[in-house]
Each structure stands twice: as C-alpha cells, then as structure tokens.
Design a protein around this ligand. Structure first.
Ligand code: AMP
Length: 219
C-alpha cells in the first residue's frame, strides 16, 4: 500500500505515520526527516536545503522530487509519504515517478487542523537532539523541565519551531501546499479527510477505520 499523508506542519503527520507503518507494515518516508538527516550528515543537499528550512520556506521542487524519487525507488514494499508532495509541481513529479515504476497511490489522508492549534503545538514542541524523543512544554512535559527522560541531556527547540518561523511555515502551507488537495481531487483521487484536533489516539482510530476499508494487497 502506498499512502500520502497531507496536512499542515504540526498536524501530527509524523506521529500518525509511525502508527500507520507499525500497523500496516510499511516504511515511513518523511521529506523533512530526510532533509534533516542530510543536514546532520553535512551533505551538499543538506547545505543547499538549510537556509530554506531555517526560514520556513520550501526547498525547491526539483531538489525534493529527485530526493523523494530516490527514496521511493529503494522501497520494494509499501510506504507512507509524509511532508511530500507539498506543491502541485511535486504532486506531478510524484505521479510521474510512480507511473514510470508502474505504481500508483492507494490512499490520500488529509489531516485538518486550525492554525491556532498548530501554532501552540509547534512553538511548544521540544525534542532531544540525541535520541529524537519529542516533548511539549505543556502537553507532554519531560520529568525534569528541559531535560530528556532518556538521560541524553538538554532538550532543544527546532529552529523552525520558533514563533516567527512557524507563522511563515503556515503561510507557506496556505499559499503553496493546501492546493495539493485540490490537485488530487481534480484527478479523481478520493481524499480521506480527518479532523486532527482531537486526542492522538482518536485520530489514529479514525485513520485506521478508513484505511481498513481500502482495497489493497500488503506486499
Ligand atoms: P517538516 O519536518 O515536514 O515540517 O519539514 C521541515 C522543512 O523542510 C520545511 O519547512 C521545508 O523547509 C523543508 N521541506 C520538507 N519537505 C519539503 C517538501 N516536500 N518540499 C519543500 N520543502 C520541504
């Protein structure tokens, strides 16, 4: 099964993807995670992406389409695309890459959340630079303020979770990414819309209920 998970930054795509891949035995292909790994590894791609990411802008389409087409090619089974496509041009690039491989998207899940809820979620998010554990200053506090529960040390705020960057990421979402839903609708794809301002477990249950209805073969 090949899925696309759409939704604004902070909609909980990463969290829900982890649950989806566990249940349906799929791989998680997150464009943001791949870019962050490239940055950490100090690659040319990582350094090209850095200034866009730090300001909340989108990395250029050609870079992203190549990067994701490469990641998808390595997967012989199912995967969930998270954070990609983020523009109509990326959607077209994705469709071409899939068509070239004789494949197609089996489902598109669109998480819907209010900007205000997103702002509070993202600006309060803290993560551990060592183990990747994610916390929130109000909703998911570590045992000791500012310190990872796994004994790794100080938590950090992602550069792009700072308030002015979050505003910019939301603006970018409304200006460039929201149109991706319309793009797939105009092609006749069915979109599974899920209200994602509920409790995390309830959102997961709604997603699973819809995905269970899809007719697909686990490969
Ligand atoms: P994310 O973790 O998905 O919120 O992505 C973090 C940042 O990586 C975004 O704000 C963009 O700068 C960049 N990024 C991730 N995915 C894409 C994409 N599909 N197209 C362009 N830029 C992206």
């Amino acid at each position: 099964m090949k899925l696309i998970l759409l939704g604004p930054p902070g909609a909980g795509k990463g969290t829900q993807c982890k649950r989806i891949i566990d249940k349906y035995n799929m791989k998680h292909l997150s464009s943001g995670d791949i870019l962050r790994a490239e940055r950490t590894a100090g690659t040319e791609l990582g350094s090209k992406a850095q200034s866009y990411m730090d300001s909340g802008a989108l990395v250029p389409d050609d870079i992203i389409i190549n990067m994701m087409a490469g990641a998808m090619k390595k997967e012989s089974g199912g995967y969930v695309l998270d954070g990609f496509p983020r523009t109509v041009a990326q959607g077209e690039g994705l469709d071409k890459a899939l068509a070239d491989a004789g494949e197609k998207v089996d489902g598109i899940v669109n998480l819907i959340v209010d900007d205000k809820v997103i702002s509070a979620r993202l600006t309060g998010r803290r993560s551990c630079p060592k183990c990747g554990a994610v916390y929130h200053v109000e909703n998911l506090k570590p045992e000791t303020e500012g310190v990872c529960d796994n004994g790794c040390g100080q938590l950090a705020q992602r550069e792009d979770d700072k308030p002015e960057v979050v505003d910019n990421r939301l603006k970018t979402y409304h200006e460039q990414t929201a149109a991706v839903v319309g793009y797939y609708e105009s092609k006749g794809n069915m979109i599974i819309n899920i209200k994602a301002d509920a409790a995390i477990d309830d959102i997961t249950a709604s997603i699973f209920a819809e995905l269970d209805k899809l007719d697909y073969q686990v490969s």
